[in-house]
Write a protein that binds this ligand. Structure first.
Ligand SMILES: Nc1ncnc2c1ncn2[C@@H]1O[C@H](COP(=O)(O)OP(=O)(O)OP(=O)(O)O)[C@@H](O)[C@H]1O
Ligand SMILES: O=P(O)(O)O[C@@H]1[C@H](O)[C@H](O)[C@@H](OP(=O)(O)O)[C@H](OP(=O)(O)O)[C@H]1O
Length: 475
């Protein structure tokens, strides 16, 4: 086969793989559809839902925006003044009663929670009152031996009820465990997120991010960004409401890659020049990773400027060189790895990608296809051509089913380019040119995934079987 034919075959294959990769995105779309329908229903006060197409959904976001305009200014004021309560993630129970909108799924969740508590209390009471019940005899055959004939019918009923209760209890505990353990904040400012329900996460309001998400909902990139559901005010704080990208995944395996050749804004350079504030927390983080990193003066002061810290982070990781870095990974068993500060070389990164995907070819291919599709969407995107994308991440998510997808998140430092500046996104940054190097990072990741696919093709152990030892009902 000549190389052109081979190329064509590769492209065809990629398209097929892309379908696979998108199937998750589409499922996300299905979820979005459902969620939007709930919002419409709440607004119209109607129970009957109609499926809505993409255009209608976008319109809905705009309607929601109109309704929320009154509180937006207040949120922006709060953003300036509010001191964020560190570690403010609250439990599901504490969040109860606090949501502005409670949809059917939320009501069902609440009902299940109450049932779990009531079954649990009943069982504990029963268990302490009766020694025989402590072993939870579930077999009716065993029960037959224990009960006399006269009591048999009632005993059977009791036993069967107990059996059902126990099974329901186990199912609910599994459900409860899944709900509580499935969400993780892998990177970023801890305490920035709150648990929510109905496939939504709440993130601390930022005017910059709010503006980006609004624009993105009708951009060519919309299928690569979590659905934006506007913002809410809660207990005096404002949150943006985002589609929970982990929702619907069973034991998700996730990776956060911060994109671009730099993670600081050009204005942060000017700020550091005019008013160089020493940060002792950043100095501590720096010496923990590399005691020789601070200069003699910084050691003496026990502090570094934020700019100096950020530049060191970019240089000592793969950011400056390859245009992205790994911020964190959560494995299938829930363990979280965040120590990638000095993961810098292509070899280290590829090894990490192979471990993260457990060398599963279908996962590696789905990720690569999704990145190729993202590249296309970025080419068409009006948003991308007019914004400097700094500190934004790609969130990779897969699980033991066939789902694997990549999403753009975190637009807190993404700003419109200054008048007259046109970005290429794939050329080196020099101060004043505002280039972010986003496409350099995307190309590096795509290349590394390609290499990983080659490596895994030789040594793949179980790509067709789903790879990970993960069953739907094993939790
Ligand atoms: N829509 C989402 N669905 C599921 N998880 C999310 C979503 N958005 C963010 N996360 C999780 O939260 C983490 C941090 O997200 P994000 O980067 O937006 O936070 P941040 O505090 O703004 O970060 P930074 O401090 O780098 O600006 C991600 O790594 C991911 O684990
Ligand atoms: O990842 P690390 O090494 O912990 O360092 C943090 C990271 O660079 C964040 O991007 C940055 O927040 P911004 O991007 O929002 O500036 C934060 O600054 P901060 O401490 O001033 O919030 C740093 O501490």
């Amino acid at each position: 086969m000549n190389s052109a034919a081979q190329g064509a075959k590769e492209i065809k294959k990629s398209e097929g793989e892309e379908d696979e990769g998108r199937s998750d995105g589409n499922q996300g779309g299905g979820h979005r559809l459902w969620f939007s329908a709930q919002l419409v229903s709440l607004r119209n006060g109607k129970g009957d839902e109609k499926e809505k197409n993409g255009a209608e959904r976008r319109e809905e976001v705009r309607d929601g925006d109109k309704e929320q305009m009154d509180t937006r200014n207040e949120c922006m004021e709060q953003e300036q003044g509010m001191r964020w309560r560190k570690g403010a993630i609250r439990s599901v129970e504490e969040w109860d009663g606090a949501m502005l909108e409670e949809d059917e799924e939320e009501q069902e969740d609440r009902r299940k929670e109450k049932e779990v508590h009531s079954i649990l209390s009943r069982m504990l009471v029963h268990s302490s009152a009766s020694s025989s019940s402590s072993s939870f005899n579930c077999s009716s055959a065993e029960s037959d031996e224990v009960f006399s004939e006269g009591e048999e019918a009632a005993a059977r009923r009791r036993s069967s009820r107990r059996h059902r209760s126990w099974r329901t209890f186990l199912t609910m505990m599994q459900w409860s465990k899944r709900r509580q353990s499935s969400w993780v904040q892998l990177a970023g400012h801890q305490g920035n997120f709150q648990l929510s329900r109905g496939g939504v996460v709440l993130k601390r309001f930022s005017e910059v991010e709010d503006a980006c998400l609004r624009a993105l909902m009708s951009d060519a990139l919309q299928h690569f960004v979590p659905r934006y559901h506007g913002f809410i005010q809660q207990d005096g704080s404002c949150f943006i409401r985002l589609e929970d990208l982990m929702s619907g995944h069973h034991k998700p395996v996730i990776m956060d890659c911060k994109m671009g050749v730099r993670t600081y804004l050009e204005e942060e350079i000017s700020k550091a020049r005019v008013n160089p504030t020493m940060r002792s927390d950043m100095y501590q983080k720096m010496v923990k990773v590399d005691p020789s990193a601070p200069s003699r003066e910084e050691h003496h002061q026990g502090g570094v400027t934020k700019l100096s810290y950020m530049q060191w982070r970019d240089r000592s990781s793969s950011t400056a060189e390859l245009g992205f870095r790994i911020e964190g990974i959560m494995l299938e068993n829930g363990s979280v790895l965040r120590d990638f500060h000095q993961t810098q070389s292509s070899a280290q990164l590829m090894e990490t990608l192979l471990s993260f995907t457990q060398r599963q070819l279908h996962v590696l291919r789905a990720y690569r296809s999704r990145l190729l599709a993202l590249k296309e969407a970025l080419r068409e995107s009006q948003f991308f051509s007019t914004h400097e994308v700094i500190g934004s991440s790609l969130l990779f998510i897969h699980d033991c089913t066939q789902k694997a997808s990549v999403w753009m998140i975190d637009f807190g430092k993404t700003a419109p380019t200054p008048e007259g500046v046109h970005l290429h996104h794939n050329v080196p940054w020099t101060e004043g040119n505002h280039e972010d190097g986003y496409l350099i990072g995307l190309a590096s990741l795509t290349l590394l995934l390609g290499e990983a696919i080659k490596q895994a093709s030789g040594k793949d152990l179980g790509s067709n079987s789903g790879g990970l030892a993960c069953k739907e009902a094993d939790s």
